[in-house]
Design a protein around this ligand. Structure first.
Ligand code: FES
Ligand code: FES
Length: 177
């Protein structure tokens, strides 16, 4: 099999950095190029050069899920992924859920069920609950509990988050958002 070679011809892939490199990131269906050092996490790239501050960084070590976004529709902790690792995968953030003025059903249910206090965990919670709704018709309270099991809410909104997501599932009747 043919093997790509760097300038030295030794088969070692070229290394980017440590200075800034150009990255093309597709976020909420828009592809933008940013200049970032390879050490930048996806969470930092979103909040910094891309200006999407809805994604929160709390622990910055994969322990709280506050920074949850979707990669190709799958919830992930964006503080645990380097921006340079994202490649062609589609990123969806909390800013990409609503359609214009119309909130995503999970967002609307969070408001209706008072599932927000300080709000720091909320974008990540919403992303995980919305992903659940996208793949599970009318999820049970147990299913929601499992979906948010990695999320820490210091304000204790869990019962409201669960009730909101169950209600959003019932309201959409499993048709998904
Ligand atoms: S900020 Fe990413 S898991 Fe806590
Ligand atoms: S609403 Fe405050 S941390 Fe969850």
């Amino acid at each position: 099999m043919a093997q790509s070679r760097n300038a030295d011809g030794n088969g070692v892939p070229p290394v980017g950095g440590p200075g800034a490199v150009s990255l093309a990131l597709t976020v909420n269906d828009i592809t933008r190029t940013v200049r970032a050092e390879p050490r930048l996490t996806l969470a930092e790239a979103l909040r910094g050069p891309l200006g999407l501050t809805g994604t929160k960084i709390a622990c910055d070590r994969g322990a709280c899920s506050a920074c949850t976004v979707w990669l190709d529709g799958v919830p992930v902790c964006s503080c645990m992924i380097l921006a340079i690792e994202v490649g062609q995968r589609r990123v969806t953030t909390i800013e990409g859920l609503a359609e214009g003025e119309r909130l995503h059903p999970v967002q609307a249910a969070f408001v209706a069920h008072d599932a927000v206090q300080c709000g720091f965990c909320t974008p990540g919670m919403v992303m995980s609950c919305a992903a659940l709704l996208a793949h599970t018709k009318q999820p049970s309270a147990d299913a929601v509990t499992a979906a948010i099991s990695g999320h820490l809410c210091r304000c204790g909104t869990y019962p409201h988050v669960i009730a909101a997501t169950v209600a959003a599932g019932a309201e959409t009747k499993g048709d998904g958002p």
